[in-house]
Design a protein around this ligand. Structure first.
Ligand SMILES: Nc1ncnc2c1ncn2[C@@H]1O[C@H](COP(=O)(O)OP(=O)(O)OP(=O)(O)O)[C@@H](O)[C@H]1O
Ligand SMILES: O=P(O)(O)OC[C@H]1O[C@H](OP(=O)(O)OP(=O)(O)O)[C@H](O)[C@@H]1O
Length: 573
């Protein structure tokens, strides 16, 4: 027997347990001193109840009990407290202030889940209070609790979702376009956001775009700009200047008042107004915030106002709260203790080797970075120049390095970002490395493949990109079995191992020389500059680099091969 703990779960030995106990006690005392009373929620929740609250946070562990109910281990406490307020505490006059320290459980979402699957969340929920004073109370308490837990150098990135919602509502845009904009915000894909806005304004875009309907250009432009506004008071002023002429001030006055109160509480230096933060949430109704440490690749915690969540379980009740991970706060504290000062730390950029390498280096050089030694690194994997460390990676590994905080930012193809599915902020389309993903088959085999699909109900697809392939055929409604290969994918139909392939084509030479024909388009890809969300919010060099790269990007060619048919419908039925 292998007597180990399950992956993502661990023992806590006494030395650490003592520290955890001291911190949780101190934090609980702080919350109690502000009138928050303890509350406990069950470890298991009925899955439908979690779903009813809107977005289910993370991926919960799920199982059926002996009665056939689908249960989930709590991935979060907020939804449970919302349920409790709407049911057990319905009619109890507010305001109610609850505090908790509870374990939450999250199933691994990707292969690269090195994060713990059991976390200790410390948090509060304040139910029945509204307005800037209530919002500021929550944010200030969050900051105080993090400090007590030993994390002192965090940035509190905050925004309000009301402005984006108002812009979307008044834009006159078609619903699918609005949904796509929200998706782009939620997925931190600001390249997709640009593209949606460009298409809505009638500018040429390389890919087929979601129809924006009668979207008014001024609103579309504001929606695009909003995501990139960050700073201090100047950022709020910029948002106001942007949205006032459009009648979309929404809850910006309250946001300003909250910001002012936080300034009075001595938090001005910790607060970053950042409207891209709205990307992380979809159940918040007003203020949203997250705390990022310059030393960690994922946030310490987050929170916001969710005035409609309780209403999804019963009567509406305004509410706001936050939670942070005890483990993350302790990790930030220990990183702070042995840091050789993050501010002096070189910017860590993941640079792809292979076919994107030369142009990636050219872009970085053009942006004013010292790329000495990067083109010919020999066997060196890290090239250190003044102020910058280049981490040389396989392109498909670049998103992993950045998402896990081993690099601050990086470059790779859009295809790698899609395939890995890592949570990164996609900032700039660098416009080189153009290629298309296509479904292809051996010439003259299409009738036989259709007959096979009719008889067997599925076809075999060979690819190096299983996620992209799965998503594509799910969209087209075609049943496929995926044969995962590492290279020379074209061999699969030639040898009869699979009927079709999903692969990259650039010049079209490989397809031609192997007598393969394109059946349909999957997607077009170019190189992207992207960043870790915490690094982006704590290191201004990334914003500056993104700006210069975006200015220079139009100089680079977008050059996928032309001429393939692009059937919108699945070819098999
Ligand atoms: N003709 C092409 N063939 C392959 N990739 C291309 C081509 N044109 C552009 N690209 C882009 O270059 C990226 C890197 O390709 P490259 O061949 O260097 O790496 P790879 O060996 O496929 O990647 P990895 O080693 O990470 O699996 C692709 O992900 C794609 O975005
Ligand atoms: O249209 P083309 O210009 O001919 O380019 C397409 C080829 O390039 C890529 O292969 P790569 O060289 O990366 O090798 P791989 O097959 O090992 O992935 C891709 O997989 C195609 O085979």
């Amino acid at each position: 027997m292998n007597a180990v703990t399950p992956s993502g779960f661990r023992d806590v030995l006494s030395e650490e347990a003592r520290v955890r106990e001291a911190i949780t006690r101190a934090v609980a005392d702080l919350f109690a001193s502000r009138g928050y009373v303890p509350i406990e929620t069950p470890t298991l929740e009925v899955m439908d109840v979690l779903r009813a609250g809107g977005r289910v946070p993370a991926t919960p562990f799920k199982f059926f009990d002996s009665r056939g109910d689908l249960l989930a281990m709590r991935p979060d406490v907020t939804l449970q407290i919302a349920r409790m307020c709407a049911t057990r505490l319905a009619g109890v006059p507010g305001p109610l202030r609850f505090r908790y320290t509870q374990r939450v459980f999250r199933e691994a979402e990707t292969e690269n889940q090195v994060q713990a699957r059991e976390l200790t969340q410390c948090g509060v929920e304040c139910i029945g209070e509204v307005g800037p004073a209530a919002d500021a109370e929550i944010v200030a308490l969050f900051a105080e609790a993090l400090r007590l837990a030993g994390a002192t150098q965090f940035v509190l990135a905050m925004a309000t979702v009301g402005v984006l919602r108002a812009l979307l509502e008044r834009s006159g845009a078609a619903e699918p376009w609005k949904a796509a904009v929200l998706d782009a915000y939620h997925g931190s894909d600001f390249v997709a956001l640009d593209r949606l806005c460009d298409a809505a304004m009638g500018r040429a875009v390389e890919e087929e775009a979601v129809d924006a309907g009668a979207a008014a250009p001024a609103y579309t432009e504001a929606i695009r700009q909003l995501a990139r506004i960050r700073g201090a008071q100047d950022a709020i002023d910029a948002v106001r200047a942007l949205v006032t002429p459009l009648g979309c001030v929404a809850d910006l006055d309250d946001f300003q008042a909250t910001y002012d109160l936080l300034g009075e509480a001595g938090l001005a230096d910790s607060v970053l107004v950042d409207f891209s933060v709205a990307s992380s949430f979809n159940y918040y109704t007003g203020l949203v915030f997250e705390a990022c440490s310059p030393y960690l690749g994922s946030p310490l915690g987050s929170g916001g106002r969710y005035d409609r969540m309780i209403g999804s379980f019963g009567a509406d009740r305004p509410a706001a709260g936050f939670a942070f991970s005890l483990e993350q706060a302790m990790a930030a504290a220990s990183a702070e203790a042995d840091a050789t000062a993050a501010s002096g730390r070189p910017l860590r950029i993941a640079v792809p080797k292979g076919s994107l390498n030369t142009e990636a280096i050219a872009c970085l050089e053009e942006a004013g970075l010292d790329v000495t030694g990067l083109a010919n690194p020999g066997r060196a994997l890290v090239i250190s120049n003044p102020g910058v460390d280049y981490i040389i990676v396989r392109p498909s590994d670049a998103p992993v390095f950045v998402a896990l905080g081993a690099a601050d930012c990086g470059i790779c193809g859009k295809d790698s970002l899609l395939e890995v599915g890592a949570a990164v902020e996609e900032l700039v389309d660098l416009r080189f490395g153009g290629c298309r993903f296509v479904v292809a088959e051996s010439a003259g085999t299409s009738a036989a493949i259709e007959e096979r699909y009719r008889k067997l109900g599925s076809i075999r697809i060979a690819t190096k990109y299983p996620s992209i392939t799965r998503a594509h055929f799910a969209r087209t409604g075609t049943q496929v079995e995926i044969v995962y290969l590492h290279g020379n994918i074209e061999l699969a139909p030639i040898t009869g191992m699979a009927e079709r392939i999903v692969d990259i084509t650039a010049t079209g030479t490989t397809l031609r020389e192997n007598n393969l024909e394109i059946v349909e388009e999957v997607l077009a890809s170019t190189a992207r500059f992207f960043a870790n969300g915490c690094a982006l919010r704590t290191d201004e060099r990334i914003v500056a680099l993104a700006r210069v790269l975006a200015e220079n990007a139009p100089k680079h060619a977008y050059a996928p091969i032309a001429g393939a048919s692009n059937p919108a419908q699945p070819t098999l039925s």
